[in-house]
Design a protein around this ligand. Sequence first.
Ligand SMILES: *Cc1c(COP(=O)(O)O)cnc(C)c1O
Length: 398
Amino acid sequence: MQNKKANRSVKPIYLDYQATTPTDPRVVKAMMPFFSESFGNPHSVDHAYGWEAEEVVDKARQQIADVIGADPREIIFTSGATESNNLAIKGLAHFLRDNPRILGNGTSRNRVVTTTVEHKCVLESVNRLEREGFEVLRLPVDDMGLVDLDVLAEAVTENTALVSIMAVNNEIGVIQHLSRIGEICKAAGAKFHTDAAQAVGKIPLDVNKMQIDLMSISGHKIYGPKGIGALYVRRRPRIRLEPLIDGGGQERGLRSGTLATPLCVGLGAAAQFANEEMFGEYDRLSSLSQRLREGLKAGLTGIHFNGDPEQRIPGNLNVTFDDISGAALMKSVPGLALSMGSACTSADLDPSYVLRALGLNENQALSSLRIGLGRFTTEADVDGAIDILTAAVKEMRP
Ligand SMILES: *Cc1c(COP(=O)(O)O)cnc(C)c1O
């Protein structure tokens, strides 16, 4: 703890953009009026304060919908991707449990299919469904981090209610074949949910082309504020969910409670900026991550980059440093803010289950670090990271 405090005096180079992103100053600016002068309740229908708030919330809904090819009426505001994932997965399963549709063969849809590399909030949601009696299949990924589509096609039977597969992995940056997954789900009549927290605004997404029925979005992963997210819920054909929160019936009855107007505005603005700047940012981050990869390879032997080299977002590198403890390496580079994997589990020292799923052994997983680049990363940051990491690894190796 003492160490942590001492290091707070100098700000390290931020290389943890998959854990969270700073709120873009343009987003903060857009949000500001809705904390103070324009404080109306967007659900107040009797006066101008309420109408003003409702109008900006509707605009935000449109901005979010535009990024994924949806209709604004299909966007439900939540507190973040954790809640969106819970609502999608449990909401769909519980609705079907309470309103079963008996299939031709006398059974109902009781199966949920997911992967072993999902975010904890998806894995824990399906764990709960399993305890409640649902059949859960957790599919492996190959050594590049991709789901085998033939295995998926076999797993998704006519008894499958839901398939939940993330768009982009938060530890290794790998992009799944969403369109192909959508086709497989459609063919079996199963609903397709994707956790797109790491994908929105980084890669093109289209819920219709990709045949996605439910999509989770997080504000703080796309330079928006923390504490807000969204769930896309398809209207045609309509996806029915049981709400997690009951109350005044806001958000089409799916998520009661007064909307946080400033946060909604922030998520909308963040989505729009990310979308407008997506291709430029993609190219910029691609060359920065290439510079980082080349720089590390030039100075060090015994390093490996995890996850598919092509099917990936450019702002993520997951690196194994042979014979080095990732935890010790992190401690020896206080000038860099990076992590061993997901932020939720960074307190414990278990090897990453995502890297283990790729086939890395325990030691290799514990020798790996996640480096996240983003909107405010500069060439100087990357060069600094190369120098600091190279020197530290050389120092630690015999
Ligand atoms: C961050 C993240 C989440 C959780 O999002 P919150 O908005 O923090 O609840 C879920 N899934 C993935 C892939 C994430 O990266």
